[in-house]
Design a binder for this molecule. Structure first.
Ligand code: ADP
Ligand code: ADP
Length: 224
């Protein structure tokens, strides 16, 4: 089954900038894909469209089998909350909340009690090796720890699709390596993982690389 199915996707900003110029891309369940290309080539825009954070100017977007274009915003938000996890370069944790509360926020739309959200958040933090940091605030943690909290929050609801935009961009190589290892573990456990990166080492770890240039997909090789 396809988790991502884009056909002829065009995205223009303000009528003049064409960020994506007719992209077709299929990603099957269980794949680990790196989206690579120079700055400004359209990688983030592509990830935002896959994440239903943004709608295309034209073209078809199917995510986990749903035709996103046919869904009103409210249904789209629900789909996003339940089916898609996000990890960003800048962590995007709430500074005033402990690690466990940050992660539990990933379950706000899951329709479960506060107590169960907390229990699941604890398990997710244990899974990323931060069982000893439950009550720490972001500023009390290293960048690598913060990003692992962000990964825990992204996957606490067990979404089938995880999208990561330069997840190691603010980390040193040791901390970045740990985050990549986590993404690998999630992939091994069955999650479809898509990583935007301009880091060749990160791209190496994916099964498949999708090269983007000037808003178009250049090549999709499994070993190129
Ligand atoms: P990348 O992630 O590869 O750096 P982006 O998807 O961020 O590329 O950007 C692709 C192109 O779209 C660039 O020319 C960028 O300046 C432009 N762009 C991205 N977001 C916006 C926006 N919100 N408004 C206007 N132009 C944008
Ligand atoms: P950058 O790559 O420019 O440093 P990030 O990767 O941190 O930026 O974020 C990429 C984009 O995603 C930004 O435009 C940001 O506004 C948006 N974004 C960040 N967090 C969220 C979120 N939780 N939900 C939706 N959009 C977000």
């Amino acid at each position: 089954t396809l988790v991502v199915d884009l056909k002829d996707v065009v995205k223009r900003y303000g009528g003049s900038v064409t960020a994506l110029n007719g992209v077709s891309l299929r990603i099957a369940a269980g794949e680990m894909v790196a989206i690579v290309g120079p700055s400004g080539s359209g990688k983030s825009t592509l990830l935002h469209i896959m994440g239903t954070l943004d709608r295309p100017t034209s073209g078809t977007v199917r995510i986990v089998g749903r035709d996103v274009g046919a869904l009103p915003d409210r249904r789209l938000s629900a789909l996003r909350a339940r089916r898609i996890g996000f990890v960003f370069q800048q962590f995007h944790l709430s500074p005033g909340l402990s690690a466990v509360d940050n992660v539990a926020d990933g379950l706000l739309y899951a329709g479960i009690s506060r107590r169960e959200r907390r229990q699941r958040a604890v398990r997710a933090l244990e899974r990323v090796g931060l069982g000893h940091r439950l009550e720490h605030r972001p500023y009390q943690m290293s960048g690598g720890e913060q990003q692992r909290v962000a990964v825990a929050r992204a996957v606490v609801g067990e979404p089938p699709l995880l999208l990561a935009d330069e997840p190691t961009g603010n980390l040193d190589s040791a901390a970045g390596g740990e985050v990549l290892e986590l993404l690998h573990d999630l992939h091994d456990a069955g999650t479809t993982v898509v990583i935007v990166t301009h880091d060749a080492e990160v791209a190496e770890m994916a099964q498949r690389r999708v090269r983007v240039r000037d808003g178009a997909v250049l090549s999709e090789g499994s070993d190129s």
